[in-house]
Design a protein around this ligand. Structure first.
Ligand SMILES: NC(=O)c1ccc[n+]([C@@H]2O[C@H](COP(=O)([O-])OP(=O)(O)OC[C@H]3O[C@@H](n4cnc5c(N)ncnc54)[C@H](OP(=O)(O)O)[C@@H]3O)[C@@H](O)[C@H]2O)c1
Length: 246
């Protein structure tokens, strides 16, 4: 049985991963900023079979609380955490971010800097213990900057590079670092977007995250068809790409 720590667990994608873990009777420590959603989710996961569910209300921007989170979770669950999933994120309002640096900075803090701050002490502890799996939800948007979403894409690219370095550092200690790159997923984050066949369900992506963490994968595109699409996109020459309306 695993002890699993989930940040941003009220995300539609993270809920589906947590439901899979609950059906496997895992022990879960859930962190999110909305106390009501958190309580409803905890009840749902207990009803689905989780052996133990504990919760903590925290905004990801509450950086001062990050250093003590792992210890808090381990005390609550009564033993060492094996797996960590970081799921929180915001889809930047690109127009607002272009007009107002403060808005852009806030999104970068949520999507990138909070991830670094949360994972720094956890990575050090897992490295010393020589075990653990760390996964973060990035995005295909981080693979190439486009005019329509380059602020969001920048934050996800930064996450991917941070995780790449962390993976390179931690593999010799037996710690797996998994970068999750979903394409479009039908969640509250994309509620305002017109749906197309490219959209996946949060159930499919949530289950894919659990599988990727079980298999200690390095980088996973979800669904998998995004890998060849992004491979093609990143190889378009910049001289041509800059003229495209994407
Ligand atoms: N949906 C997509 O198409 C898509 C594609 C690629 C990657 N992703 C990534 O997948 C992850 C999950 O997103 P989702 O699609 O499941 O959307 P979602 O349901 O809207 O989830 C976003 C989550 O982030 C949390 N959050 C935002 N700001 C926060 C803050 N300051 N402190 C704490 N929590 C905060 C939200 O909390 P509240 O519940 O309190 O609002 C919510 O739980 C994100 O990292 C997103 O960037 C999504």
């Amino acid at each position: 049985m695993s002890r699993i720590l989930v940040f941003g667990c009220t995300s539609a994608i993270a809920i589906e991963a947590a439901r899979t873990w609950a059906s496997r009777k895992e022990r879960l420590f859930l962190v999110a900023r909305d106390p009501q959603k958190l309580q409803v989710l905890a009840g749902d996961l207990r009803a689905r079979g989780a052996t133990q569910v504990e919760t903590l209300v925290m905004d990801a921007l509450d950086f001062d609380r990050h250093p003590s989170l792992l210890e808090t979770a381990e005390q609550a669950l009564g033993g060492p955490i094996d797996r960590v999933l970081v799921a929180h994120g915001v889809l930047s309002d690109e127009a607002r971010g272009r007009a107002d640096y403060g808005a852009a900075e806030r999104d970068l803090k949520v999507n990138f800097l909070s991830v670094v701050s949360i994972l720094t002490p956890i990575a050090n502890t897992f490295e010393a213990r020589k075990q653990g799996v760390i996964a973060v939800i990035g995005s295909v948007a981080g693979d190439r900057g486009r005019q329509s979403n380059y602020l969001y894409g920048t934050s996800k690219a930064a996450v991917a590079t941070f995780l790449q370095g962390l993976r390179n550092r931690l593999w010799k200690s037996g710690v797996a670092v998994v970068t999750i790159k979903p394409g479009f997923v039908d969640t509250p984050m994309t509620a305002h977007l017109q749906k197309s066949p490219l959209f996946a369900s949060p159930q499919k992506v949530g289950r894919g995250i659990v599988r990727a963490m079980d298999r200690r994968r390095d980088v996973v595109y979800l669904p998998a068809f995004w890998r060849p699409i992004l491979l093609a996109v990143i190889h378009i020459p910049e001289a041509l790409f800059k003229k495209m309306s994407l």
